[in-house]
Design a protein around this ligand. Sequence first.
Ligand code: AMP
Length: 112
Amino acid sequence: MDCLFCKIAAGEIPSNKVYEDELCFSFHDIAPQTPVHVLIIPKKHIASTNEINSDNSEYVSHIFEVIPKIASELGLSEGYRVITNCGENGCQSVKHLHFHILGGEKLSERMA
Ligand code: AMP
């Protein structure tokens, strides 16, 4: 499968890794939009939120257990935002489910 984030999770394409375990992989976004901007992805290829189902939702629940640990390690004690974009109108550019963790400053009250 020719998927950028599958290759990053497999170590075939270099990334600035933040965290890794058997189910997920986290790395700094290459074009940060906030002082702290990391991505967390399932190691299994799931294209978007539209493809989450009872067979793969353990990856998603696990990611949400890991996010607070990553946020703590990155010093986001004042809070942060988790975003996932889905599909054309959601401006999803990489077709592998990923959650943006944004923080390091007071974020905009507007989300779009
Ligand atoms: P989205 O637009 O929600 O699909 O987000 C994709 C994100 O992946 C963007 O924030 C990009 O900056 C980021 N990105 C693309 N390629 C890489 C890469 N090689 N390493 C790290 N982040 C990347």
